[in-house]
Unconditional design. Structure first.
Length: 255
């Protein structure tokens, strides 16, 4: 995910009496080239593409001086599968005083799309099938623009993954592990300091998602998804190390 600028954003209603000079003045802080997140990938065939170069049209529905939220509709055609799709950017107008405002993206949704299933190590899937199921649901919710749901789902997915991993590594402590809080499971059963810090951040971001006062930003949520990917990689490596140690032990005993 990276930032790109949308250029040549036109009013959706061409005959609405829209004052383009007013909008330029209001958006002078970013020269009316709103910055948005980009996956740089076709949502249908998942082929990589530079969305900053392959944008066909950009339209907005920002029509009134007191309008604090509006949408930008970006139309694309994939150069690989030759199918079209639309990215709906949900934008917010933030008044910084002295007649200056900043336009920022709050979230986005893509239509149509085909959810790309995560490529997760078989060993991770085998020890925590519930995590894999919840994680897929989160990605589906995210792809459908259900931004108030997938963050909470990520929190639940993390709890299943950490718990099942701890039980796999310490089966004799099954009941003790289940009775512990997620924070304590992370502190006790995750030995790698970097991964431990990563999981504690995931816990905090996930907890924020279920609170009334949620101060997570869109950048926080992008980071949340990236951190879960890092944790999956770590657990996959840890499980392979267990298998390697088992093989070495078995082979050594045969000499």
């Amino acid at each position: 995910m990276r930032k790109i600028k949308l250029r040549m954003v036109q009013p959706l209603e061409q005959n609405s009496g829209f004052d383009y000079k007013w909008i330029l003045a209001r958006a002078a802080a970013n020269k009316w080239e709103p910055e948005v997140d980009s996956d740089d990938m076709c949502p249908l065939c998942h082929f990589g593409m530079d969305l900053s170069q392959y944008g066909w049209r950009n339209f907005h529905d920002w029509l009134y001086a007191d309008q604090c939220n509006f949408n930008i509709f970006s139309v694309y055609v994939c150069h690989h599968c030759h199918r079209g799709f639309v990215v709906v950017h949900k934008m917010a107008v933030l008044d910084e005083g002295d007649g200056v405002c900043v336009v920022k993206e709050e979230s986005q949704a893509v239509y149509p799309h085909i959810v790309k299933l995560p490529d997760i190590d078989d060993a991770v899937r085998s020890i925590s099938p519930k995590f894999y199921d919840i994680y897929q649901q989160c990605l589906t919710a995210k792809a459908n623009g259900l931004y108030d749901l997938y963050g909470m789902g990520f929190r639940k997915a993390v709890e299943y993954l950490v718990t099942d991993f701890a039980i796999k590594m310490h089966p004799e402590e099954n009941d003790k592990i289940i009775s512990m809080s997620l924070h304590n499971r992370i502190e006790k059963y995750i030995s790698d300091d970097d991964v431990k810090r990563t999981l504690l951040v995931c816990r905090l971001l996930g907890n924020n998602e279920v609170h009334y006062n949620n101060n997570n930003t869109s950048a926080d949520m992008i980071l949340f998804g990236d951190l879960i990917s890092d944790v999956i990689s770590y657990i996959g490596r840890a499980l392979r190390k267990v298998r390697v140690d088992e093989i070495n032990k078995t082979k050594a005993s045969r000499k």
